[in-house]
Design a protein around this ligand. Structure first.
Ligand SMILES: NC(=O)C1=CN([C@@H]2O[C@H](COP(=O)(O)OP(=O)(O)OC[C@H]3O[C@@H](n4cnc5c(N)ncnc54)[C@H](O)[C@@H]3O)[C@@H](O)[C@H]2O)C=CC1
Ligand SMILES: O=C([O-])CC(=O)C(=O)O
Length: 331
């Protein structure tokens, strides 16, 4: 057996964690030989639920689980973490403006960034899921200033999975037979789902899928609004599919994949996206927590207004989130 990996999960009393933790302990992320020391963080009011989650994990008798600890203390949660899965975030409440949501979460992700900077292993890899995921990751990256930005990613794999599955269903093929469908930008309804580089059966997608009316009226809005559609139907946000996407993201990042996958990562200036903004890009994953933004992927002019819109939204989110945290002069 290998040396245990210390995995910290925040928001661990929540619904995505409840779907994700069994998959993690089954070995679906790091493989069936990788033991795991689990640390669960949630807020004080959720500690009783968290204790229940811990009891259930123990009762699962998972051979890979070597220890489990739960806490509401942020510093304690990140001590010697190898991996941090950040699900915990302040939820949007009735009457709350998006700006308020951004600022509430900025405070949380600042504190967690500082704690990670101080206590986690220098090699830690961080995945942000809690919304607004892109900007939470940007805040965290700013305050975890000694951690390489390439060790911090956020989740847009759910959007890619949704888009891939949508097209596979149209073509009546398995989702694994559809590749290179990407979602660019923000994990919000300004995201740009792009199928112009899509392939199936070794060739391009059929022309009827690239028809502008279909793209504008069906494909793009369905993917952009899918999260809201699930909330409307379930009265709860996506959890099962989000947990599956977290598994896919982490597995590909750590184990590697031949596929090009979507990740929200820190912009390096390519594609005209301002450095420091966390943006969903198509990425190569080489394993061991390394990745590269796919350079020079062709954009069709059709996508330009969509990219502009999501880029603008992210720039505004960045300003709003940091307005509460940094002196005006440094914005
Ligand atoms: N990026 C993506 O693709 C997706 C993101 N999400 C987001 O993931 C997050 C988690 O979703 P669910 O598990 O369904 O939510 P949930 O509401 O069931 O659980 C969230 C948990 O986070 C905890 N929490 C709140 N503030 C915290 C803090 N400061 N520290 C630690 N824990 C804290 C809450 O007490 C709660 O137990 C939400 O922000 C949701 O919007 C959900 C689906 C997809
Ligand atoms: O809005 C939410 O909380 C859920 C979400 O991100 C999604 O389903 O894509």
């Amino acid at each position: 057996m290998e040396t245990p990996m210390r995995v910290t999960v925040t928001g661990a009393a929540g619904q995505i964690a409840y779907c994700f933790l069994p998959l993690l302990l089954r070995g679906e992320v790091f493989g069936s030989r990788q033991p795991i020391e689990l640390v669960l963080l949630d807020v004080e009011e959720a500690l009783s639920t968290l204790r229940g989650v811990m009891m259930e994990l123990e009762d699962g008798a998972y051979p890979l689980l070597t220890s489990i600890h739960y806490t509401n203390n942020v510093s304690e949660a990140f001590v010697e973490s190898d991996v941090a899965v950040l699900l915990g975030a302040f939820p949007r409440k009735l009457g709350m403006e998006r700006r308020d949501l951004l600022q509430k979460n900025a405070v949380i992700f600042k504190e967690q960034g500082e704690a990670i900077n101080k206590h986690a292993k220098r090699s830690v890899r961080i995945l942000v899921i809690g919304n607004p995921a892109n900007t939470n990751a940007a805040v965290l990256a700013h305050f975890a200033s000694d951690i390489d930005k390439k060790q911090i990613t956020a989740l847009s794999r759910l959007d890619q999975n949704r888009a891939t599955s949508f097209i596979a269903k149209k073509l009546k093929v398995s989702p694994e037979d559809v590749k290179n469908i990407f979602v660019w930008g923000n994990h919000s309804n300004t995201q740009y789902p792009d199928l112009f580089n899509g392939v199936t059966d070794g060739g391009p997608l059929p022309d009827w899928l690239q028809d502008e009316t279909f793209l504008r009226n069906e494909f793009i809005p369905t993917i952009q609004e899918r999260g809201a559609a699930v909330i409307k139907a379930r009265k709860l946000s996506s959890a099962m599919s989000a947990a599956k996407a977290v598994v896919d993201h982490l597995r590909d990042w750590f184990i590697g994949t031949q596929d090009i996958v979507n990740m929200i990562v820190c912009a390096d200036g390519s594609y005209g996206i301002k450095k420091g903004i966390f943006f969903s890009f198509p990425c190569y994953c080489y394993g061991n927590g390394s990745f590269e933004i796919v350079p020079h992927f062709p954009w069709t002019p059709f996508g330009d207004p969509y990219i502009e819109k999501t880029k603008k939204e992210l720039n505004a989110e960045w300003e709003q989130a940091f307005a509460a945290l940094l002196p005006k002069s440094s914005l």
